[in-house]
Design a protein around this ligand. Structure first.
Ligand code: ISJ
Length: 120
């Protein structure tokens, strides 16, 4: 796990800190520093809040992509682009690797396409 904290001031479990230009700052707790169940759950809640915020923004941007592509939505899926996304994420998440990340990325992409097609 990354032993890194990006400006934890202002970040809490329910609301990742937002910078003035819309960037998100999130505490990245070191697994070594987490020793109790309560601390572990607090750390996970903060990470999940950041993930949810990122997913909400990703969904909005993916919907724009669907409108810009010649064929959008599920009909316009691009397996090669999706494979490259998995590979790029695996480079940043080596403990998961491409095999474990692929179904996660697929679920994220399908949820985004469903949200875009249904107008949310
Ligand atoms: C967003 C695109 O459309 C689809 C959705 C993707 C996504 O949500 O990341 C990726 C590839 C496509 O299947 C794209 O082509 O870039």
């Amino acid at each position: 796990m990354n032993d890194q904290v990006i400006d934890p001031v202002g970040a809490d479990a329910d609301c990742p800190a937002r910078g003035p230009s819309g960037e998100m700052r999130v505490a990245l707790p070191s697994a070594d520093a987490v020793t109790t169940l309560a601390e572990a759950r607090e750390a996970i809640d903060g990470l999940d809040a950041a993930l949810a915020t990122l997913l909400e923004h990703r969904t909005a941007v993916a919907a724009v992509v669907q409108r810009l592509k010649p064929v959008g939505g599920f009909a316009g899926r691009d397996p090669e682009r999706e494979r490259r996304i998995v590979e790029a994420m695996a480079a940043r998440a080596p403990s998961l690797g491409p095999e474990r990340l692929a179904p996660i990325v697929n679920a994220i992409i399908e949820a985004g396409l469903d949200a875009a097609e249904s107008g949310r």
